[in-house]
Design a binder for this molecule. Structure first.
Ligand SMILES: [Zn+2]
Length: 429
């Protein structure tokens, strides 16, 4: 029997912080634009940096670490403290760099458009995917170092990133070597880039490798039930933003809806919908933790986990054409770009954003407009999309269809009673 992991409820609205005592996770994207005071918390609050959406949309961090830390300080102040005087802000997760392939390479995956960090880090396409994973790990480590320097007083949460079990362990060593941070001493460490891997055989080996390296308090972001159940003995806490999905797909108000003031047609953003997810998953996990783990099928043959200080050569040796310099310059240029208004298009060319759009919804809409060209109009009769012809605006209105011209000699319908009688207007003088 193992201690059950702690569930954290992802919340889409800042106001929920003051309305429930269950642990909640709120994204910095929700806190960013809020001018009025944050609510007084009534339970533990974890702040996520919103890195996935940031990198997905922009291909890089546009939020300076200083701004994020300032917001973290504000959270600690305004959320208040529990009865024992401990701040309700339990963790401020760092601004990490995920290593999922779509995040790095960009493009459209499963209907979602990713800007791709390669367009900024390696526009010349010198580095391969494995090397860009190293760049992302390095960026994560350097951000962790920066956040520790800026805010030794805040509960900053560090995130290990990677691709394979070995690369996650390498990231732990990078934290020690380049930032002087010993993750084995941290109260909680996040495991990034596992959202898409949780239902596969890759998830458990990663978690086992980190445990073997001495990281026994691990948080997984965006957990899915299958992965959670398979690794419940290796996870200290987990969160989910999908708590409201069931309510969204229900397409009507739930029978036990208590948001009497709300005029929404579904419960997609109601706290009670999230809480019902929370209670359900929490009881299932607790119940599962009291059962002995089911006999697993024999593990796939894996390479032994690296011991501390041991290294293993990369799958592919890095080319000796100065790629180390390319990695270093990619890291440097990306750091230079944080907080500036410099933007590159998908081919790596410099592109200024539209002027006069400081931040928030307007800018996001402008980004969408530039990133996602509107698909061509569908033909009314066939339903097919018009083929784009170079130089032809596909969104242009089609010419209005005219009535067929009367053919000479065709029979003319006789005028009936009720037809509008058109009187010729007098010629203008
Ligand atoms: Zn509701």
């Amino acid at each position: 029997m193992t201690a059950p992991p702690q569930a954290q409820l992802g919340i889409p609205e800042v106001s929920f912080i003051g309305r429930t005592d269950v642990p909640v996770m709120v994204s910095d994207a929700r806190l960013r634009g809020r001018v009025s005071a944050y609510p007084k918390a009534t339970g533990p609050v974890y702040v996520d940096s919103g890195g996935f959406n940031e990198l997905k949309r922009h291909g890089r961090w546009t939020v300076p670490a200083e701004d994020y830390i300032a917001r973290g300080r504000r959270c600690q102040r305004e959320f208040g403290t529990d009865p024992d005087g401990r701040p309700w802000l339990h963790a401020l997760w760092q601004q990490d760099w995920m290593c999922e392939r779509p995040i790095i390479e960009g493009g459209v995956v499963a209907g979602q458009r990713y800007a791709g960090t390669r367009a900024f880090l390696d526009p010349g396409k010198v580095l391969d995917y494995d090397q860009l994973v190293v760049v992302h790990q390095m960026m994560t480590v350097l951000n962790g170092k920066r956040m520790r320097e800026l805010a030794p007083d805040l509960p900053v949460g560090y995130v290990v990133q990677g691709d394979t079990p070995d690369s996650y362990v390498r990231c732990v060593d990078m934290f020690r070597d380049y930032a002087g941070i010993d993750l084995t001493q941290e109260p909680i460490v996040g495991v990034g880039s596992v959202c898409a891997r949780q239902n596969t055989d890759e998830f458990r080996p990663i978690m086992e490798a980190l445990h073997a390296r001495g990281l026994n308090r691990l948080h997984t972001f965006g957990v899915k039930v299958t992965g959670l159940m398979a690794c419940r003995d290796l996870i200290a806490s987990y969160d989910s933003q999908t708590a409201y999905l069931a309510a969204r797909y229900l397409r009507r108000r739930m029978p036990d809806c208590d948001e009497h003031q709300s005029t929404a047609r579904t419960c997609a953003n109601h706290l009670h919908a999230g809480l019902s997810w929370y209670r359900d998953i929490d009881s299932r996990v607790r119940e599962a933790c009291h059962r002995p783990p089911a006999a697993r099928r024999p593990a796939m043959k894996r390479r032994p986990v690296l011991e501390r200080g041991e290294t293993r050569p990369l799958k592919r040796e890095p080319p000796t054409d100065g790629s180390e310099t390319a990695i270093a310059s990619a890291v440097q240029s990306s750091q230079d770009m944080v907080g500036t208004d410099r933007a590159l298009d998908r081919d790596g060319r410099d592109q200024r954003p539209a002027p006069g759009l400081p931040h928030g919804r307007t800018r996001r809409k402008a980004d969408n407009d530039t990133l996602l060209p509107r698909p061509p109009r569908r033909d009314r009769e066939t339903g097919r999309r018009a083929r784009a012809v170079a130089g032809t605006p596909t969104n242009a209105r089609r010419p209005r269809r005219r009535a067929p011209a009367a053919t000479p000699g065709a029979p003319v319908r006789a005028r009936r009673a009720g037809d509008a009688v058109r009187t010729p207007t007098a010629p203008r003088r």
